[in-house]
Design a protein around this ligand. Structure first.
Ligand SMILES: Cc1ncc(COP(=O)(O)O)c(C=O)c1O
Length: 489
């Protein structure tokens, strides 16, 4: 195995993926055979009684009965009791292969003992939180800088959402400009300015319920891979307050669900330089997953600012951070200092000793174990296996991966084309709903076969996913795919 430091061993053929996705979208939606689906649903009713009971009660105390957007609600959410290595166990004791990995931070495998031991020691000997400086903050910042030289200064925050908020504030303060351009479909958290063009490009404020128009007035979206559209937008913005920053997920929107051409980031960097605009890389998922040098190391691009989350706290709580060029990051100087114009950021739990120490030790352990490369190998093996099964069964599904981030499109929910025609909007929403329902059904089937995925279409791999775990998972996926029913045309 090549030890390059990155989980991506070979960059995907973007054009071929889009060709296959276009084909998937041109077909009617597939289904699960009726008998098989009722068996899968029986699994939930017979083997997940405790989960059902807890979730039923939770509905009386928690909105929707769940706390997390990534929870599967169909037929009802499963309650997880325990996590270890490559696996999760639910409240009824059923075991699952965990490809959700908490949404990305679990690079070393669940509840990785060497980190757990350090954290327990820290809590026992020092206590988890003081509100004052701990040496681990410095250690973490130095460790990040060692792997990602663009991070001259680093400010730890409580989440990826906060990190994007801080990045935008700094960009506006540093450039004196107003507009922020994001890629359609990308997710940068749920702040008022960033709930725009979520999941599906062109959806603008579809999901911005409860958010005042003024909050997202200066947020624009352009389609990923459309460098001409970005250029045009930056050009028109020049007389509208200017573009303070372009923010991208460097592997493509929704963690590469919408893959981008390999030179796309370079083209964006060049445009940003041309228009005196800051480039923000959202490395919330890619830092420590694509590599410890992040996607910026892989693509060899230096962004001005970088946002962090997930792996930066090693799978422990309060994972966020903003880093970048010294002159820019000095806009977030903190402490009690009067009179300075600064980007206000904060957080009671931000940079607490527990999170900083977990991040620091996790980065060291990822480096020592070559976790990114090994998780990338697992991602490649999973992807190749899925492609083989799909081909053997003549299904139109599309599998692709960026190293330790794997995608499996069976319903194409995020690829529904948005046409800005008020007469069509009802049809578009209906199509999204139907595709989403198939995604829920196949997600339930995966679950009943012992596979936890992210929303039925994404799988993260980790150091714990050795060949035997992946091969076991492939057998389970194959069983589900054999139960897929071609649509009657
Ligand atoms: C690319 C990306 N940016 C930002 C965020 C937001 O991070 P958080 O959930 O920590 O607020 C996420 C979360 O999934 C993400 O995937």
């Amino acid at each position: 195995m090549e030890m390059s430091g990155f989980s991506i061993s070979e960059y995907h053929n973007t054009a071929e993926i889009y060709r296959k996705l276009d084909h998937l979208m041109s077909l009617p939606i597939y289904g699960i055979k009726r008998d098989a689906m009722s068996e899968y649903l029986q699994y939930f009713n017979e083997k997940c009684m405790k989960s059902k009971e807890i979730i039923t009660e939770a509905k009386n105390f928690i909105p929707g009965g769940v706390q997390h957007n990534l929870a599967f609600n169909y037929p009802f959410p499963i309650v997880i009791d325990r996590a270890d290595g490559a696996y999760l166990w639910d409240a009824d004791g059923n075991q699952y292969i965990d490809f959700l990995q908490s949404g990305g931070p679990i690079m070393l495998g669940n509840n990785y003992k060497p980190i757990r031991d350090k954290i327990i020691q820290l809590i026992n000997e020092r206590g988890p939180i003081t509100g004052l400086f701990s040496e681990f903050e410095l250690k973490l910042a130095k460790e990040i800088n060692k792997h990602m030289p663009s991070i001259e200064l680093f400010r730890m925050l409580g989440s990826g959402t906060e990190s994007a908020m801080a990045a935008i504030r700094v960009a506006r303060l540093a450039t004196g400009k107003k507009k922020i351009i994001k890629m359609g479909g990308a997710y940068h958290g749920w702040s008022d300015q960033m709930v725009y063009g979520l999941h599906i490009p062109g959806t603008g404020s579809f999901e911005a319920h409860g958010i005042l128009g003024g909050c997202r007035k200066h947020t624009h979206e352009v389609f990923p891979n459309d460098i001409d559209a970005l250029r045009k937008k930056m050009s028109t913005n020049r007389v509208r307050g200017g573009t303070a920053a372009v923010i991208v997920e460097p592997v493509g929107p929704e963690s590469g669900t919408r893959p981008v051409d390999k030179d796309h980031n370079k083209q964006i960097r060049e445009l940003c330089d041309q228009y005196d605009t800051l480039l923000i890389f959202d490395e919330v998922v890619s830092f420590g997953r694509i590599g410890l040098a992040g996607a910026q190391g892989y693509f060899n691009i230096t962004p001005d600012l970088t946002t962090f989350g997930k792996v930066v706290a090693g799978g422990y709580p309060a994972a966020g951070g903003l880093g970048g060029r010294r002159d820019l990051m000095e806009h977030v100087a903190a402490g009690i200092e009067g009179g300075k114009k600064r980007a206000y950021v904060g957080g009671t739990l931000a940079a607490n000793p527990l999170s900083s120490a977990a991040g620091y030790y996790t980065i060291q352990e990822i480096e020592r174990t070559h976790a990114c490369e090994k998780a990338g190998h697992a991602g490649d093996r999973l992807n190749k296996g899925l492609k083989d099964i799909i081909d053997d069964l003549h299904l139109p599904f599309v599998a692709y991966n960026q190293g330790a981030i794997c995608h499996l499109e069976t319903s194409g929910t995020m690829f529904v084309k948005i046409i800005k025609n008020p007469l069509k909007i009802k049809d578009i929403l209906k199509e999204i709903q139907v595709r989403q329902h198939f995604m829920e059904k196949i997600g339930a089937a995966y679950m009943a076969e012992g596979l936890v995925t992210l929303a039925g279409s994404r799988m993260y791999t980790s150091l714990a996913d050795d060949d035997s775990v992946i091969d076991d998972a492939l057998n389970r996926f194959e069983r589900v795919f054999k139960n897929v029913e071609r649509p009657v045309t």
